[in-house]
Design a protein around this ligand. Sequence first.
Ligand code: 4AD
Ligand code: MG
Length: 463
Amino acid sequence: MIKSRTKIVDLLKMQAGIPVMVKGWVRTKRGNKNITFIALNDGSTIHNVQIVCDMNLFTEDMLRGATTGACLRVSGQLVPSPGAEQAVEIKAEEIEIYGTADPAVYPLQKKGHSMEFLREIAHLRPRTNTFGCVLRIRHAMAYAIHKYFNDKGFVYLHTPIITASDCEGAGAMFQVTTLDLNNPPKEKDGSVDYTQDFFGRQTSLTVSGQLEGELGAMALGEIYTFGPTFRAENSNTPRHLAEFWMIEPEMAFYDINDNMDLAEDFIKYLVRYALEHCASDLQFLNNMIDKSLIERLESVCNIDFVRLTYTKGIEILTNSGHQFEYPVYWGVDLQSEHERYLVEKHFKRPVILTDYPKEIKAFYMKENRDGKTVRAMDILFPKIGEIIGGSQREENLDILVRKMKEMHVSEENLDWYLDTRRFGTGPHSGFGLGFERLLLFITGMTNIRDVIPFPRTPKSADF
Ligand code: 4AD
Ligand code: MG
């Protein structure tokens, strides 16, 4: 009897005529009194292996527990399959049931389930075909991101998760404290005395690794971060998470055009990587979730993104004659309906919007000579809206300090950050790619809660 397990992804490529052993979870069981067919999946691929049980060798009793969801070890011979669906199948000789899954209570039966229902059982949904595909693609994309930057000589910089600074200045931070919330120590004026807190000051979960990333770039040249980020904004939309992963490259000596070139090349590389390395998972999602998925992915690899100033974008929107829910005027922070109009209706391709009004962008963005706009760049994608946000950074100490004053950003808190401008400052740029927004695009899934294993959103932190 063969002792080592073969993964199904490898087994399906092997030649028939050898003994094999597989382990996995039952997807379906069917048959009659002469023969039983079990479709087994082990997560290594979207494809199942068919297990054929000759009922002269097995009793019904022996297979009773091998229902949908049960965990099995199967040993037998790899033989040619007469079925059209697969080249090989396993003629079972021995089956061990590691764990049963009582059909009366196991929630994942053969019928299709709604995404909403599957979110309620996020601890079991990785065992469905769709989530198997999404999670394998998520892994492949994480790997491709590291490969892309490694091949280009970028250094992976680990920025802190607990921080005392609000990078985006939006105030949407989750506080981290060990103080007793029922009885916190107080100052004379009644405010909380954070000097008695764990870090001796008020701290939060980071909204971005950028500020520390800039320090890295101004020493190592080109760096990237890739980690979890947290936003306590009460946004209940299909594109917002309270905990999401972000990739933030930061490059010394890049201006905004170099920054856009890198961002466009990076996204195209990732899409191409998915097409080349996740073909069977993408094919499944194309069949089951979104019939134009693969076509859309291929088209993005082959077209130039539109590059357009915010001011020109506003002109297009106001001249469109389209009735928007939110009014359009110069200075407005674009809503996703505006972004999607530009991308899906007007240009029909990804758009990089640049030079936004300074009032609606973060303090660190480099001011243009007009004194009104900053060298920001947002990349807008079909069906998603903003997938990347970035900018050239303000490297001039005096201008940066003036902007911080204007925008009420604490200089005292960010004194360490200002040292990059005090000592050996220079032009630099960077951007942030929302990992789950990228995955929405690549998988064709429509809700961001379905491209992360355990989503965190307002009023929801289960599992
Ligand atoms: O535009 P944002 O807020 O930019 C930054 O945080 C900069 N510090 C990035 C930089 O220049 N280094 O966020 C960047 C990207 C967005 O374009 C979006 O894709 C994603 O992060 N993102 C979210 N994804 C999911 N849920 C949320 N609540 C998100 N907020 C931002
Ligand atoms: Mg943004």
